[in-house]
Design a protein around this ligand. Structure first.
Ligand SMILES: [Zn+2]
Length: 193
């Protein structure tokens, strides 16, 4: 939430931690809202927050079959499950909206009603959207910066996120906004079923 790790450059007024490297370079941890933590541990699984994480989206454990099995165990809508980091690590709200749009799946569809064929489509677009976002350095909605301090440009490619009432790029019907589990969901009620 608005934290930044920036290599090089100089301190700003939100820099909380500076790492000094032996080659003279520096890494700044900027955290305006002070939500971050720094912990020094021998093993990552000593930290509870990492211990409960689901697989990484790019790992071999994250497959359509894995997804479908996890979906069967919940009564929640698919959008909420995609955002649940105990299911899969690291899909944020912007990307969950874009992934569901490309997959033509309604964010309100109960996860247990996702077929294996749907899960294959969903898996394909999870990988595609995340790869594109990484290639475009993420999405700078507010003050997000990547590790070299540059703004991400993926937000210019968003189809539905933060586009309430704008025409759907696929069917031209207006994009809708709803709130699910306290987060804004943007979707097309016409072509996402
Ligand atoms: Zn549409």
């Amino acid at each position: 939430m608005t934290g930044q790790l920036i290599a090089g450059g100089s301190k700003d007024r939100h820099t909380r931690i500076t790492f000094y490297f032996s080659d003279g370079s520096m890494l700044f941890y900027n955290d305006q809202r002070r939500f971050g933590q720094l912990r020094v541990v021998a093993q990552l699984d000593e930290v509870k927050h990492f211990n409960i994480l689901g697989p990484e989206p790019f790992s071999k454990d994250f497959t359509p079959a894995f997804m479908r099995e996890a979906f069967q165990k919940t009564i929640r809508p698919i959008k909420n499950v995609l955002l649940d980091h105990t299911f899969v690590a690291g899909i944020g709200n912007i990307y969950a909206c874009e992934i569901l749009f490309r997959s033509r799946l309604s964010p309100k569809r109960p996860a247990r009603r996702i077929s294996l064929a749907d899960a294959k489509v969903l898996h394909q677009y999870i990988i595609e959207v995340l790869k594109e976002a990484i290639a475009h350095r993420g999405s700078s909605m507010r003050n997000y910066r990547d590790g070299s301090g540059e703004k991400g440009r993926f937000n210019e490619r968003l189809s539905v996120y933060a586009r309430e009432d704008e025409p759907c790029p696929r069917c031209q019907k207006p994009i809708q906004r709803i709130v699910q589990a306290g987060r804004s969901t943007f979707y097309c009620g016409h072509c996402q079923k």
